[in-house]
Design a protein around this ligand. Sequence first.
Ligand code: IMP
Length: 187
Amino acid sequence: MSKIIENEKGEIWVGNEKFVTLLSKEKIQARVKELGEQISKEYQGKLPILIGVLNGSFLFLSDLVKNIDIHIEIDFFKLSSYGDEKITSGEVKLIKELNADINERHIIIVEDIVDTGLSIQFIKKILKNHKPASVKIASLLVKPESLKYKTKIDYIGFEIPNEFVIGYGLDYAQKFRNLNSIYALSE
Ligand code: IMP
């Protein structure tokens, strides 16, 4: 398989589709550090469980926990993805349940991106049955113009326009998750 090539203008071409740099790795790292520090302060004296939503959140979760200096635990949910498409199918399925017992525990859901809000709504419903002590949501990216399901996001990395993005965990047909920066599809 060939290398991912970024040209001098910060563009990546995928066939005839052009992706341009939206958030540099430096900008992402600086914001993730701030979020980690905020969570450390707000959960002082508690032992939260950070629940990553696979696959997209794996890099954000990994960098976030490195910036948290209180004890935490982690677990994962896995939801069905967009498949190879750029728009949601409108259907979410749970592929991997939690391992941890979250009854009476403080939960922070960690998402890569909140687009329509459907996935978050789906997860919140599941969590309710487990009776956690509290549930907060952290999402690296939020597309406010695209939100269809009213959702409070407690920790937001960046609000972005309603554009399809790749990199830093986010995929296009399962690829490009390994990019350090985030790129948006340019019209
Ligand atoms: P929602 O359920 O519509 O909020 O979508 C959430 C999920 O869709 C995210 O966790 C991502 O996996 C995926 N997603 C949404 N927007 C994008 C995008 O721009 N690029 C890649 N994946 C996306």
